[in-house]
Design a protein around this ligand. Structure first.
Ligand code: FMN
Length: 416
């Protein structure tokens, strides 16, 4: 019987353990988590979601405070089009995050960055361009294009000196999305180095509608593999979403996948950015405690724990400090929902907004508990402490369990 370690992900002449830890926005997939994957010969992701905000917490910068000060005059204004990111500061923050991570890298694996197109930042094209290029400038080894079709993203970096050196991949949830991307990127004369195929059981935003349950990862992977073969295109495929055990991963690898991308199992690792009390909620969750809802202002469905403080919260939009989801015209679906409730209940001490959430603030504060479908199985991956809490795992333990386990077994942690 085979295990994940019997396979290798090949990029050119280099080989890697075929386990990729997926990007988890706003510092849930921390530098520390990505560095463990790289040390063990796999691939780790940091995320470029809200990097100025993350930089303030990690590197003692003051981007958020300064931006808030600069746009303080606009707080009561419904029109947020004034609230622009300073592109030089955005570049500085991204470079700091990437460089500081790369400096600490040990081992033969790789560090990639997850770059979300839906982070429109009041100037979608310009800010995406800066985020991509600054990550390349600072030595990132790969970029995974996420949360969007990225039809123009290769063109934003095609004149960068590292365009053919950095590994470039894209996350898709359908053959159609991949076909569109390849068609629009063809002009740059470069294929992606890998394609992550994310099915409906993943965490974070989903590339499906609310009919997500009718789709199945293995079927989409088979369809994409068959089309690539017919087109004589050789691009490594990396399935993601609901791959919970080493055996699940091995099955995909035996069917031709180049690697797997996994995330949920690592949400309860010590190196993950979620605070430990939140991790205990992930462990304790049952299947009924998890939902896919439409409260993300991005317009994509998102999976989360029903007990997330972000659900129903009616806080004032904080775009002067954050504003990562403002579209090209300075709009965000949460601002509209909030203003509607404010007009209906002008005297309410505390507003409730049920249909949308202020994702920036709640992701920043780890109050939006986004999670994968199989979060309810996390309790089976650890032991209980005498006080009833679940033991937090090391990322190395989880990684090695994926790498070596067979027969659908999950190794429990030993005391450390
Ligand atoms: C807590 C959490 C946050 C996530 N955030 C992001 C994100 O910011 N960008 C992204 O492309 N994918 C995100 N994902 C998706 C993962 O990168 C990954 O593809 C997926 O969750 C894999 O499925 P699994 O969690 O069942 O292993 C997130 C997943 C989780 C669990």
């Amino acid at each position: 019987m085979k295990c994940v370690d019997d396979f290798r992900l090949k990029f050119g002449s280099k080989e890697y353990v075929p386990i990729m830890i997926g990007g988890m926005g706003v510092d849930i997939s921390t530098s520390d988590l990505s560095l463990v994957a790289a040390r063990l010969g796999g691939i780790g992701h940091i995320s470029d979601a809200m990097v100025p905000t993350v930089s303030d917490r990690r590197y003692d910068t003051k981007y958020v405070r300064d931006k808030q000060k600069q746009y303080k005059y606009n707080v009561a204004n419904m029109d947020k089009s004034d609230v622009q990111f300073d592109l030089a500061l955005l570049a500085e923050a991204t470079e700091t995050h990437v460089r500081r991570t790369m400096e600490r890298k040990r081992g033969e694996g790789l560090i990639f960055i997850n770059c979300m197109e839906k982070l429109t930042m009041n100037a979608p094209r310009e800010t995406l361009r800066v985020r991509l290029r600054s990550a390349m400038d600072a030595g990132i080894e790969g970029i995974t294009l996420a949360a969007g079709l990225h039809l123009g993203s290769f063109a934003l970096i095609e004149d960068h000196p590292r365009f053919r050196d950095v590994k470039l991949g894209i996350i898709v949830s359908s053959l159609r999305a991949l076909q569109l991307f390849l068609k629009k990127s063809a002009r740059t004369g470069r294929l992606p180095d890998y394609v992550v195929i994310e099915g409906p059981l993943a965490g974070g935003h989903l590339g499906f509608g609310m009919d997500w349950a009718q789709f199945d990862l293995a079927t989409i992977v088979t369809e994409i593999a068959a089309w690539l073969k017919a087109e004589a295109l050789d691009i490594p495929l990396i399935p993601a979403g609901g791959i919970f055990t080493g055996s699940d991963a091995t099955t995909f690898l035996e069917h031709g996948a180049a690697a797997v991308q996994v995330a949920t199992r690592f949400t309860v690792a010590r190196e993950c950015g979620l605070p430990e009390d939140v991790q205990q909620h992930y462990f304790a969750a049952s299947e009924e405690d998890i939902e896919v809802n439409t409260i993300s202002p991005t317009g994509y469905p998102m999976r989360m724990l029903k007990s997330s403080p972000a659900i129903g919260s009616g806080i004032r939009p904080n775009c002067e400090a954050f504003g990562y989801l403002l579209d090209a015209n300075g709009n965000c679906a949460y601002i509209n929902a909030y203003n509607r409730e404010l007009a209906l209940h002008p005297d309410a001490k505390k507003l409730k907004v049920l249909d949308k959430t202020c994702l920036c603030t709640h992701m920043r504060n780890f109050d939006c508990w986004t999670c994968g479908h199989y979060t309810y199985r996390l309790k089976d991956t650890t032991v209980r402490e005498p006080d009833g809490s679940y033991r937090i795992l090391s990322a190395e333990h989880v990684f090695k369990d994926y790498q070596y386990s067979k027969d659908n077994r999950i190794a429990l942690p030993v005391a450390d």
